[in-house]
Design a protein around this ligand. Structure first.
Ligand code: F6P
Length: 368
């Protein structure tokens, strides 16, 4: 549900939750400057919601005043000036029990109370599906929230794209491109593992742009024999090297269900795929796990611009009383969509999408 009566706003807060993504600071800057122009006071909550629960850590206050000066010159900076955490869900915070084991405690009521006491009229929550689900749950408890979609994975529904994604694709494309010469020099198969959790957006976009021969994504389960076929086909054509891009969440058609551990962290698939390629083809393989380089450093211009647009749009939503929504890019327009729609389902790569079709027409194998 969204409200449509413009509220009286005096003070808003901004936080960043979950894994960082290039462009977070640009959102913070745009939202802060736009809010200050409305005459509102702007607070920044550090480390998701933790800054409210831990008012001071190492002499640093949990909540900071966001002035024009505080957000000066940060559009191009990676990370987030507010800090973030992947372990700050107020509905299930991890706590050490007296017997030394870990348990979970729900402190969401305290968060709502903190907002009330500090007289914060609205929160701009910048996050991915996890953080926006938390924001949605807090909205259902009465907190006036606007969500801003962030994640390099691009897996949020209701928006065509999340900020941070294009920067990750750029970094991954550059890495894949650099592997061609060394792979060819040694006549090897290079297997590159990219992020994306249970979706293959980064692998697909950068695999196509970087000239991969094989792209493995979670949405299209693979057979090792089919990968080997592609590698052999290239050998026969005199191209005695291959580049295999594998999304960290890719799935073999048979066997292991997923390469995620109990906490949901992915790892290990590149090594396994490389081993199997060597077993079947006899070819030498090497692996590269690109990791957090995909998330670090400066956002590219596209993400800076999108992040600035999202930040400004979030302020317009507050001004218009469009709460419980998320700003989203649809076509070339920024719209407000119900927060619930955005976190309802993960956006996966449709196996019959135009991008997949393009890759197939270029001769790229999905191992299927
Ligand atoms: O969701 C963003 C992401 O970078 C995923 O692509 C990746 O699986 C995960 O976060 C890594 O999380 P962490 O930074 O906690 O290792």
């Amino acid at each position: 549900m969204t409200e449509s009566t413009p509220p009286t706003v005096r003070r808003i807060a901004i936080n960043t939750g979950g894994g960082d993504a290039p462009g977070l600071n640009a959102v913070i800057r745009a939202a802060t400057l736009a809010a200050l122009r409305e005459g509102w006071e702007v607070l920044g909550i550090r480390r998701g919601y933790m800054g409210l629960l831990e008012p001071e850590v190492d002499g640093e206050p949990g909540v900071m005043q966001l002035t024009a000066n505080a957000v000066r010159g940060i559009t191009h900076l990676g990370g987030t000036i507010l800090g973030t955490t992947t372990r700050g869900n107020p509905f299930g915070l991890e706590v050490r029990q007296p017997d030394g084991t870990w348990g979970k405690v729900d402190r969401s009521d305290e968060i709502v109370e903190c907002f009330r006491k500090r007289e914060i009229d609205a929160l701009i929550a910048i996050g991915g599906d996890g953080s926006l689900s938390i924001a949605h749950a807090l909205y259902n408890k009465g907190l006036p929230v606007i969500g801003v979609p962030k994640t390099i994975d691009n897996d949020l529904s209701a928006t065509d794209v999340t900020f941070g994604f294009q920067t990750a694709v750029e970094v991954a494309t550059d890495a894949i491109g650099r592997l061609h010469s060394t792979a060819e020099a040694h006549q090897r198969v290079m297997v590159v593992q990219l992020m994306g959790r249970h979706t293959g957006w980064i692998a697909l976009e950068s695999g196509i742009s970087g000239g991969a021969d094989v792209i493995l994504i979670p949405e299209i389960p693979y057979h090792v024999d089919r990968i080997a076929e592609k590698v052999r086909e290239r050998d026969v054509q005199g191209r005695r090297f291959s580049i295999v891009v594998v999304a960290e969440g890719a799935q073999p058609a048979d066997g292991v269900a997923s390469y995620a551990d109990a906490s949901g962290r992915y790892g290990g698939i590149a090594d396994r795929v490389a081993e199997q390629i060597t077993e079947v083809t006899g070819k030498e393989t090497r692996t590269l796990v690109l990791g957090h380089i995909q998330r670090g450093g400066e956002p590219i211009a596209y993400d800076r611009s999108l992040a600035l647009r999202f930040g400004a749009a979030a302020v317009r939503c507050i001004r218009e009383g469009s709460l419980g929504t998320m700003v989203a890019l649809q076509g070339n327009r920024i719209r407000a969509v119900p927060l619930g729609d955005a976190v309802h389902d993960i956006k996966r790569v449709p196996a019959d999408s135009e991008l997949v079709m393009t890759a197939r027409q270029l001769g790229i194998s999905f191992g299927d």
